[in-house]
Ligand binder design. Structure first.
Ligand SMILES: CCCCCCCC/C=C\CC(=O)SCCNC(=O)CCNC(=O)[C@H](O)C(C)(C)COP(=O)(O)OP(=O)(O)OC[C@H]1O[C@@H](n2cnc3c(N)ncnc32)[C@H](O)[C@@H]1OP(=O)(O)O
Length: 288
């Protein structure tokens, strides 16, 4: 697995080969995350759960705990990225929702909602540097951030319908807020995965990068936009734009979790997930 080092430039971060100025966050000891901060208090959070950053409860809990830490240490911005140059995040760990106990499915989903509340509602600006594919929960993580920069020639989208279940309503709303009702309906009902350039066209991502380095330069550029904006004003505006969805998920977290568990536990849904997994394995076999 590659280990990346980030070099500080002006107020942001650039991928670099040499060790430099940044400080490693000491407050957490993470198995699946690397968290670096530059001298301007910008955090680079790199998911590194090989091979494809599938979101199991452990990784989600680590993300949640980093977000708490970043709030407490008054972080001035965050870049969320992946160790991989092929996959940003492959979504929820399918093996935690396939043939699993309802309690395990519930814990995984409820932790995802906790991440939503902290990431979508963060006081600091957030940007996803999407260095590879981002299906389902991978796209969801990107949507929780304020801005998405995606490396060319990958796929992103909410393909839940392909797995046999529907995307819960908060994420449908978030998708509508991002790409509009018509595009969201067409995309969600077919479980569509967009190529990077299609995603840009529809507004699912904000910028395209040719590679990881450019994605970081652009992420840095996004965070620098706020240098002259008083953080308090920025945050009030952000919270007012996001309040309705945040309140809904905060108040109804248990209800949404129960709904997700019931849906995933249905026999037909489990059968669809099994077929989807077979298909994934066959694709891999045929590729070799
Ligand atoms: C307000 C908030 C509301 C939130 C609502 C959220 C609603 C629910 C959200 C999400 C649901 C989900 O995320 S379900 C998961 C859906 N994920 C996918 O459909 C992705 C499936 N994977 C792929 O398409 C591909 O693996 C890939 C494009 C991501 C990578 O392809 P690549 O060719 O590089 O790698 P492989 O396919 O060979 O995979 C390698 C290895 O990883 C295993 N794998 C892949 N994805 C997952 C996964 N999601 N969970 C667990 N494991 C996964 C794959 O089986 C391979 O394993 P083996 O090497 O053992 O065969």
């Amino acid at each position: 697995m590659s280990s990346y080092v980030y070099k500080t430039t002006r107020r942001g971060v650039l991928l670099a080969k040499t060790v430099s100025y940044q400080v490693r966050l000491c407050s957490g000891n993470f198995r699946h995350l690397e968290v670096l901060k530059d001298e301007n208090n910008v955090a680079i959070v790199t998911m590194k759960r090989a091979p494809v950053n599938s979101l199991n409860t452990e990784l989600l809990t680590e993300i949640s705990s980093v977000l708490t830490d970043l709030e407490e240490t008054k972080c001035s911005g965050m870049i969320l990225t992946s160790f991989s140059d092929k996959v940003f995040c492959s979504g929820l760990d399918i093996y935690e929702i396939f043939k699993s106990k309802p309690s395990a499915i519930g814990t995984s989903f409820s932790t995802l909602l906790e991440v939503f509340i902290k990431l979508y509602g963060s006081t600091f600006p957030t940007v996803a540097a999407i260095t590879g594919h981002a299906p389902a929960g991978g796209c969801v993580l990107g949507l929780f951030c304020e801005y998405r920069i995606m490396v060319q020639n990958f796929k992103i989208g909410l393909n839940e319908d392909q797995l046999g279940f529907n995307a819960p309503s908060p994420i449908v709303k978030l998708m509508i807020n991002t790409i509009g009702h018509r595009n969201a309906e067409l995309a969600l009902t077919s479980g569509r995965l967009f190529t990077t350039s299609q995603a840009l066209q529809v507004g699912l991502v904000d910028e395209i990068a040719k590679d990881r380095t450019e994605a970081f330069e652009k992420a840095d550029g996004f965070l620098r936009r706020f240098e002259m904006i008083p953080p308090l004003a920025r945050n009030f505006t952000k919270q007012s734009m996001r309040r309705a969805l945040l309140q809904d998920v905060t108040i109804n977290r248990e209800k949404y979790t129960e709904g997700f568990v019931s849906m995933i536990s249905l026999h037909e849904v489990q059968q669809s997930i099994a077929a989807y997994l077979d298909n994934l394995k066959n694709k891999k076999r045929n590729a070799h």
